[in-house]
Design a protein around this ligand. Sequence first.
Ligand SMILES: [Zn+2]
Length: 141
Amino acid sequence: MREDIELELECKYCDYEETLYVPESDYNAWAGNGVPIKEAFDYLSAGQRELMISSTCDTCWNKFFPNYEVSDNRTVTLSKHEVVLDIDTVDAIWEIAHGADGWNREFPDNETIKVLQSFEKKAHMYDQMLELLGFKPEEDY
Ligand SMILES: [Zn+2]
C-alpha cells in the first residue's frame, strides 16, 4: 500500500486553501534529499507546486506576475525552488549579470545570483559614500 501524507496548503495572500495527498517518499525526496520539486511532484500542476514552495496560489501569482506565462519549457530552476519566468526576462537578467549573450554562455543559476548580490552590495556602498559626502540617497521603494 502506498503511504500518502496530507499537505494542507494555504495561500498567504488570500483565503485559498488546498489539501493534497502525496506519497511520503516523494515528499522526502524533495524536502530531504534535494530532488527538484518539478521532478519529485511531476504529477502536480505548476500552480500546486508554487503553492507548496511560496504559499502563493495560482490566482495571486498571476496577479503579481501578470506578464509571465506558466509553461514547462520556460522554467528556470533556482536552487531547490522552481521559478517560472518568461525566457526574455531570464535573458535580460543574465545579460545584466554577465553581459550580452550571458544566457547563451550558460552561467549557472547560483553564479548569476552571486553576481546580482554583489551588485546590490556595491549599490549599498555607493549609497553610504553619498551619505558620508552629505547627500541623501534616493529611496527606491
Ligand atoms: Zn491566493
